[in-house]
Design a protein around this ligand. Structure first.
Ligand SMILES: [Zn+2]
Length: 235
């Protein structure tokens, strides 16, 4: 039968290559980076939320200050009018107006005080979130570097396996390579395997004595195949 040992070597390299593809796709460094990025994104969105809250607090403070300036002007106007009126009813009406505006101003002051406290807290929060983002950005950068390093190692291993594969394939008959490729595309388990004892290393099933002796009797141009899984067998 045809000597399939070189093809088995090729299969081993192909198995290693597909394991490498799987390893590359499932690197721990990839998961770490994804987690670090998610943390950063969540902190950034929290910071945006706090910053919007601060913006709206500040804008409300500005509105209240404008309103209070208007109150002051009204109080001043009514006070001046009060000095010139003689009729007690008019004076009473003006005093009532002044009191109403004073109440409005006082309510505005209370609200502004509350908003100032809130915005102080928000400023502190923003600063803390800024620091958090700086730390988390560093973590993302270092996780990215770690992933790139791991990918570089994988790529190096791929390159050396590719070189090894090329050298092995060059030494094998083209027709045999074609047969191997056809078989390989149709299955997930190895297309070439050897026997450990009477056990096929592709399907891990035992060959019977009869099956084994039939394989041993194959002609010099014939290829041995596992009767169970159909892979090429090295005997
Ligand atoms: Zn088998």
């Amino acid at each position: 039968m045809v000597d399939l040992r070189p093809l088995l070597e090729l299969q081993k390299v192909d198995t290693a290559l597909s394991q490498l593809v799987h390893r590359k796709a499932n690197l721990d460094e990839r998961k770490v980076l994804a987690a670090e990025k998610a943390t950063l994104v969540s902190t950034e969105s929290e910071k945006l939320k706090v910053s919007n809250e601060l913006k709206s607090a500040k804008s409300e403070i500005a509105t209240l200050e404008t309103a209070n300036q208007k109150c002051e002007a009204q109080i001043l106007k009514y006070s001046q009018q009060l000095r010139t009126v003689i009729a007690p009813r008019e004076a009473e009406a003006l005093q009532h107006e002044i009191e109403t505006v004073r109440i409005e101003r006082s309510l505005n002051d209370d609200r502004e005080l509350l908003l100032l406290e809130t915005s102080d807290k928000l400023e502190v929060q923003l600063q803390q979130l800024g620091e958090k983002i700086r730390t988390q950005s560093i973590a993302v950068a270092s996780a990215t570097a770690a992933l790139n390093e791991a990918l570089k190692i994988c790529d190096g291993e791929t390159k050396s396996l590719d070189d090894k594969r090329l050298a092995l394939a060059n030494a094998i008959d083209v027709k045999l390579i074609k047969l191997y490729d056809v078989k390989r595309t149709k299955r997930a388990t190895p297309a070439v395997a050897d026997l450990h004892g009477s056990k096929c290393q592709s399907c891990h099933l035992d060959l019977s004595v009869v099956e084994l002796s039939a394989l041993k009797k194959l002609g010099s141009d014939e290829l041995a195949e596992c009767p169970n899984c159909d892979c090429y067998l090295v005997l």
